[in-house]
Ligand binder design. Structure first.
Ligand code: NAG
Ligand code: NAG
Ligand code: NAG
Ligand code: NAG
Length: 331
């Protein structure tokens, strides 16, 4: 009898201890699968099948305290030891809100969109400083929580994805430092205007004229289109009723009359150097810092006051006929 009781107790305690694992079995299986797909890298040696992915510290894994589902996954490796494709099994972490893969130069191949689009709760997707390539996919509209999309500093190429504007909560789109080509699609004027995303597109090979629909973007915080091959008009990005804070258009082939734009009252920074922009400096330009209008075809007098004294000659030089301090005085 005593022995039977002992066996029963042992059995019960065994059942209890397996029940007391917080990590959800489905998430654990997915994480171990991810580890395998990444070829069991050293940085994931804390991911062991006999430990709890939520209770013990699995490197880069965070769980919700409420339901013990994996909420965040961050993979980075200073020693560049991960050599693989992006793990498809991330798509099985159904409760994931934040996914970041960064500083992984030997992580290659395309974004596995089929797998990532299973993550309906995802708010943050960061894939940066990897060796990944291919086109940036159209993240489907069911990923309606997606707020922060950072795919900067990779080897992505091809056109900007047309349907991104259907994601209602996108607040930041960061695609800078890739090899993207072609124009900005007209659909990008139709982002949710309650929450216009900040657009970081610099250091690509984007080209062509900006679509006139971009005039509809009332309140992006930052527009960064520098170091591309854009041409023509960019005046639709300006307007006194917008609440844009910073505009960066340097090193393109933009050609429009800057004297005719009304600066957003909220604007603090403007860099447009190395374009073919003409006309006078617009009203209120003295309130901007940093300011750089060098290497254009601008004319007229540089105003005094505001923050103008913070800008030096290099902010204004190489124009057609700008004059006044810090350039030589007007004749
Ligand atoms: C990662 O890639 C670089 C070249 O891009 C290579 O020199 C290095 O050996 C690779 N590292 C590993 C661990 O494969
Ligand atoms: C992970 O998802 C794939 C399909 O996306 C499925 O075949 C597989 O069974 C899933 N694995 C787990 C552990 O749920
Ligand atoms: C700015 O907004 C006001 C009121 O909302 C409107 O009357 C005015 O026409 C707008 N100005 C421009 C330049 O859009
Ligand atoms: C302005 O831009 C020009 C051209 O790129 C550069 O040489 C200069 O240093 C810049 N000036 C400032 C103050 O940023």
């Amino acid at each position: 009898m005593a022995i039977k009781l002992f066996l029963l107790m042992t059995l019960l305690s065994h059942v209890a201890s397996s029940f007391s694992e917080w990590c959800h079995p489905q998430d654990k299986m997915a994480l171990l699968q991810i580890k395998k797909e990444l070829n069991n890298p050293i940085i994931l040696s804390s991911w062991k099948s006999n430990t709890d992915c939520c209770k013990t510290s699995w490197n880069g894994v965070t769980c919700f305290p409420s339901n013990n589902r994996v909420s965040e996954l961050t993979i980075t490796d200073d020693n560049n030891l991960i050599t693989s494709k992006f793990p498809l099994s991330v798509g099985n972490l159904s409760y994931l809100e934040s996914l970041s893969f960064y500083h992984l130069p030997n992580l290659t191949g395309p974004i596995p969109i089929k797998s990532i689009s299973e993550l309906f709760k995802l708010k943050t997707l960061i894939i940066t400083r990897t060796g990944m390539s291919g086109t940036i996919p159209n993240f489907p509209a069911q990923m309606e929580q997606l707020t922060y999309l950072d795919l900067s500093s990779n080897h992505f190429s091809g056109k900007l994805p047309y349907y991104l504007y259907k994601l209602p909560k996108l607040g930041v789109i960061s695609f800078h430092d890739n090899f993207l080509t072609g124009p900005i699609p007209p659909s990008y004027g139709y982002f949710n205007n309650k929450n216009t995303p900040t657009l970081f597109f610099s250091h690509n090979q984007l080209s062509g004229r900006l679509p006139i629909s971009l005039s509809r973007l009332i309140n992006p915080t930052v527009i960064e289109f520098s170091y591309n091959k854009f041409e023509g008009d960019a005046s639709m990005l300006f307007g006194s009723n917008k609440t844009t804070r910073e505009i960066y258009l340097s090193q393109n082939m933009f050609k429009f009359d800057l004297g005719k734009v009304e600066l957003p009252k909220t604007l603090t920074a403007l860099e447009v150097s190395h374009n073919q922009i003409y006309g006078k400096l617009p009203l209120g330009i003295e309130n901007l810092y940093p300011l750089n209008v060098s290497y254009n075809n601008l004319c007229g007098k540089i105003p005094k006051g505001g923050y103008i004294h913070l800008s030096d000659v290099t902010s204004f030089f190489h124009n057609k006929c700008l004059c006044g301090s810090p350039l030589p005085s007007c004749k």
